[in-house]
Ligand binder design. Structure first.
Ligand SMILES: N[C@@H](CCC(=O)N[C@@H](CS)C(=O)NCC(=O)O)C(=O)O
Length: 100
């Protein structure tokens, strides 16, 4: 499926932990900082992919979302994956499913 800049896939409703989490972000982004702060506070093991430092990361985000707005949290499981935009949704998801 191709998503252009005016049509992004709908935000997923995720109701469980993912086997692997990746955060697409960049340093000077306020909304990314909001999410990174929570990740740090919770001590979560999440891979960071900086889209301004790595063109491949930027490209994979663009292909999946049809835009490069960050932050986006990507969850990967054995049989599926999802891409979650919106900093407040990401924070809410992490607090709901990763707080021990
Ligand atoms: N409502 C979004 C805002 C995200 C946002 O505006 N991100 C900015 C960087 S701080 C961005 O990626 N702008 C460039 C673009 O949208 O292509 C959120 O809370 O995550």
């Amino acid at each position: 499926m191709f998503w252009n800049r005016t049509s992004s896939p709908p935000a997923p409703v995720v109701t469980s932990r993912a086997e692997k989490l990746i955060l697409y972000h960049y340093d000077g982004c306020f909304f990314c900082h909001r999410v990174r702060k929570v990740i740090d506070q919770m001590g979560l093991d999440i891979e960071y992919r900086n889209i301004l430092q790595n063109g491949e990361h930027r490209q994979e985000l663009a292909e999946a979302r049809g835009r490069t707005t960050v932050p986006v949290l990507r969850g990967i499981n054995k049989d599926d994956e999802w891409w979650m935009p919106e900093s407040l949704d990401i924070v809410a998801y992490l607090k709901e499913y990763y707080a021990d």
